[in-house]
Every structure is written in C-alpha cells, then in structure tokens.
Ligand binder design. Structure first.
Ligand code: NAP
Length: 339
C-alpha cells in the first residue's frame, strides 16, 4: 500500500516512524506491505518512488528545518493531484473556519483516485457529508478514527464492540486540555489562568488553546461521532457550544464540573455539574464517553485523548480497516463480473 503523509508534525512524523517499525508485523499479520512514498510539510512535498525511510526526512525536521531546506520539493497540491498513492493521510493543523488547507487536500486526493485517512477534524466537522459523498461516488474510502479521542478507539468501539446493538445516545468528555484545566481548578483550587499556563508548560495545550477551551474542538468531535454513529449529516453549526471562557460554577465536595458533549436532546457542548461518582468523572487529559445502548444500558470507554504517537496509532488501525474495505470491494466487483 503506497502512502503519502500530508503534514509532517507530531502526528505525521510519529506515523512515518511507526510504519517503519511495524512494517514486518503488518506484512505478517495483515498481509499489508506499507510504503511511504511522499511526505509534505508547509514548504512542500518530497517524493521518492522507491519509498522514503524515516531517518532521511525526520532528522531534517528534528533539526527544526523545513523539508525544502534539504530536499527538492514540489507544491503540496501538485503532488496530491498526481494520484501517486493508494492513501493520502491528512495531518495538517485543524482550522474550524473554512477547514483549509485540509479540505482541498482531501477533495483533490479523492479526485485523483487516492483513498484518504485524516486525523484533522476541521474538514470532517465542517464538510463531513460532502467528503463522504465525494468518496462514495468514486468508490473510495475516507477513514478518520484519529479525529476523535486520539488513540482511544471511540469510533471503532461504537462500530465493532457494539455491533448488532442499538446506540440510543451518548455523552462524554472529548477534549483533554479543557479537562486538565477543569481538574486543576476544581480539585486543586488553581485559577483558570494558572491551569492554562501549566497545560502549556507541560505540552498539553497548544500555544493558542482557544478552540479547546471554548468548546469548539469538543463540538467538532461530537459532530464526527454523531454522523458516524447515527449516519446523520450534522456540521459544526448545528451544535450549541459553550466552554469554560465564562467561568466555572462552584460545586460542593460530592460534585465536579466537566465540559460535556451530548448527542441528545440536541447536539450540545457545555459545562455540566456531575456527581463525583459519575463514571465520566475522569481527571487530567483523559477522554471518556458513555454510550447509552438499548440492549446493554450504559457502556463506557475511557482513554488518552491525544498525543502524536497515539494518534498515529489510530492511523495504523485505519490502514488495516482500509485494506479490509478494499478487499471487500474487490471481491464484490469480481463476483458481479462473474454473474
Ligand atoms: N497531536 C495530537 O495529539 C493530535 C490528536 C488528534 C488529532 N490531531 C490532529 O492531527 C493534525 C496534526 O496534528 P499535529 O499535532 O501533528 O500538528 P503539528 O505538529 O502542528 O504539525 C502540522 C504539520 O502540518 C504541516 N503543514 C501546515 N500547513 C501545511 C500545508 N499547507 N501543507 C502541508 N503541510 C502543512 C506543518 O508544516 P511545518 O512542519 O512546515 O510547520 C506540520 O508539519 C491536526 O489537525 C490535529 O488537530 C492531533
């Protein structure tokens, strides 16, 4: 399987390294031969027909340089449009205003015949129905398990672990940065500002954590989960969003405050006072989702919500899923031809 990595930061670099380390395992376990043939940063794309081994490009990025400083690069969109790969992996920064440049990367990859895996939630939060329709009309696949929960498989859990059961609703904590800040304020009496500074110092919060704290990032993940679980066509504008910017309510010792994303009665992200005994009372950077299932009652999944390596791990999961989907398509086509 020929792979192109668009965006060579924490996730893109970890993915390249992981593909290299797991090559033998993937071949033996899944019959999947993985080869990274291009990697792109904001300066352009490096392409090598025979495959790029990570040390070649990683040491340039680890030295804080752009790919163009050491390699001959092509504009990102030109490389994507050539349709050189079976799958283009989109991991450029999220943008919740117009989803660019990722939206164009994804659409052009599909138009050039490449399947897509994205860890970037911007395009899925704003244009998920359009993207999935574009893929379907071309018989291609778009996978996005790293967009929600980093490495924790909320999407596959809903798909596979709950297969054959009916999910009625779900609610959960989908943003680790805001949960870290809330935990610090409620449990340790920090001020919001001090908690945010600590999150930045520990590398938990980005330089600009606005979308984590105002609820937009949680809302984007809520949209993706809603569309995936219920096959709906929501976008970000359908979610009522508030975050911790207007202050955090005071609570007694048996309660706490969490930024909760809920599917019902209507899609919403807001601060909620919950009991300390509620299973959603997870602290620090953890994410947690409660699925209310017709046959089972409440089922919970808890795990780390972010991290470059964890999110790259989600892409590895998507690569196996992609192979399975392509195999099913292949057998279906062969069967139809034989009829
Ligand atoms: N990190 C996590 O824990 C995590 C978890 C879940 C989802 N995600 C999502 O995954 C995506 C990647 O995250 P990250 O942490 O790896 O981000 P990052 O470290 O900021 O890296 C972003 C990469 O994208 C490149 N880039 C920026 N604009 C570009 C353009 N126009 N064309 C090509 N490349 C471009 C940057 O280039 P330069 O190197 O030249 O700056 C950089 O290599 C984001 O959408 C993020 O929200 C991240």
């Amino acid at each position: 399987m020929r792979i192109g990595i668009v965006g060579y930061g924490s996730v893109g670099k970890a993915l390249h390294q992981l593909i290299y380390e797991k090559a033998w395992d993937f071949k033996n376990k899944y019959g999947l031969v993985l080869q990274v043939v291009f990697v792109c940063d904001s300066s352009g794309c490096v392409y090598k027909e025979s495959g790029i081994s990570p040390p070649e490009t990683l040491k340039v990025k680890e030295a804080g340089k752009s790919l163009s400083s050491n390699f001959r690069v092509e504009p990102v969109i030109d490389t994507i449009k050539k349709g050189l790969v079976d799958v283009a992996v989109e991991c450029t920064p999220a943008n919740f205003v117009d989803a660019e440049p990722a939206y164009t990367h994804i659409i052009e990859a599909l138009r050039s015949g490449s399947n897509v895996i994205t860890t970037n939630k911007g395009p899925m939060a704003l244009y998920m129905p359009t993207i999935l329709e574009e893929a379907e009309s071309r018989g291609l696949v778009v996978l996005y398990s790293g967009t929600v929960g980093g490495g924790t498989p909320f999407i596959y859990f809903a798909d596979n672990a709950l297969r054959g059961n009916k999910i009625i609703s779900f609610r959960g904590i989908l943003n680790g940065t805001s949960n870290f800040v809330l935990s610090k304020v409620i449990n340790e009496g920090s001020s919001i500002e001090a908690a945010i500074s600590e999150a930045k110092r520990l590398g938990i919060a980005e330089a600009d954590p606005t979308s984590d704290l105002n609820g937009t990032d949680s809302a984007a993940k809520l949209v993706i989960l809603l569309n995936h679980v219920f096959e709906d066509k929501y976008t970000l504008k359908d979610v009522e969003i508030s975050g911790i910017e207007n202050g955090i309510p005071n609570v007694d010792s048996s309660h706490t405050v969490k930024l909760i994303a809920s599917s019902t009665p209507k899609p919403k992200v807001s601060l909620e006072v919950i009991s300390k005994n509620d299973p959603l009372n997870v602290d620090g950077t953890y994410n947690a989702v409660e699925f209310n299932v017709e046959e089972l009652g409440n089922v919970y999944l808890i795990g780390k919500g972010a991290g470059g390596k964890e999110t790259a791990g989600a892409v590895m999961r998507d690569l196996v899923e992609l192979k399975n989907r392509l195999q099913v398509q292949y057998f279906r086509k062969s069967y139809m031809r034989a009829l």
